[in-house]
Design a protein around this ligand. Structure first.
Ligand SMILES: [Zn+2]
Length: 289
């Protein structure tokens, strides 16, 4: 493990929020970014994402599920359709790269509706599955640091529950900026560090904090990081608003009126536990290597 400074402002002045796994979760005193300062090396990363990551560890990390990533496919597909409905508002099918494509479920849908699909996946197990599923060799089983694409190559790049795992998020974003065409779209989903669980029960958030989520982005910090690199926010929403995280009153959980009221309110104030944001590459060409 190595220690890093704040991803957003580059300084090293923080308040400790708590001990999370073998790490600490901190909040930068200067810019408000929430992160874990100790990060693994590349070799340690490859160790983490073995077959077990999509099996036993997926089950353990998902409080609502007792199934693995593969068995979770029908549920994942609902999100896939929603994500592409948004993407198609901005872009017709062209070239798409899914970073951290896991077993290829997003790309499988994209390919069906006409996209030329590319994936990067650090887990050999998941990458092999995705290659087979897509009948496609353009799934690269590598760390993003070891990947090269031409400049201005992709229409869309996506990262679904992946960016929070990035050990060096800024250099990842610089690569994405370079690989996207001008006006290209970046779609991203991360756990919401300003969602209902974080706000109402920080202790629970820290206890359940995965060891490999190095940053807890909020709508505000994610937008600031993106604009530093050269991305403009197009739209965002939050998801994963569960009444049962707030109450265990059986009567409330069974009342459709209370559930509707809660869902409408939570949606309006955008406090879901996942954050989905779409950005556009803007501005003049920056020289990101
Ligand atoms: Zn900072």
């Amino acid at each position: 493990m190595k220690k890093v400074n704040c991803d957003l402002c580059g300084k090293n002045s923080y308040k400790i929020l708590g001990k999370a796994s073998e790490n600490i979760l901190v909040k930068c005193k200067l810019c408000g970014h929430i992160y874990m300062p100790y990060r693994p090396t590349k070799e340690e990363m490859i160790e983490i994402y073995n077959e077990d990551y999509f099996g036993e560890m997926y089950i353990n990390g998902n409080e609502k599920a007792d199934y693995n990533y593969l068995e979770d496919k029908p549920n994942i597909l609902k999100f896939v359709k929603k994500r592409f409905a948004t993407i198609h508002k901005y872009k017709k099918p062209g070239k798409i790269l899914d970073i951290g494509c896991a077993m290829g479920f997003y790309l499988e849908y994209a390919q069906k509706v006409g996209w030329d699909v590319y994936g990067i996946e650090i887990s050999e197990y998941a990458a092999n599955y995705a290659k087979e599923l897509l009948g496609n060799r353009k799934v690269y089983n590598k760390a993003i640091e070891d990947i090269k694409f031409k400049k201005n190559y992709f229409d869309v790049i996506t990262m679904w529950l992946v960016f929070e795992h990035m050990v060096d998020p800024i250099s990842t974003l610089k690569k994405i900026f370079k690989w996207l065409k001008p006006d290209g779209i970046l779609g991203i989903k991360v756990p919401n560090g300003d969602g209902i669980t974080f706000r109402s029960n920080l202790n629970k958030w820290i206890i359940q904090h995965p060891a490999d989520h190095y940053c807890d982005y909020t709508p505000d910090t994610l937008e600031r990081i993106m604009s530093q690199i050269g991305f403009e926010l197009l739209e965002y929403e939050t998801e994963g608003i569960y009444l049962e995280r707030l109450t265990d009153k059986e009567a409330w959980l069974k009342s459709n009126e209370i559930i509707d009221f809660y869902n409408n309110t939570a949606k309006k104030v955008n406090i879901g536990d996942s954050l989905v944001m779409f950005f556009k590459k803007i501005g003049e060409e920056k020289n990101y290597g």
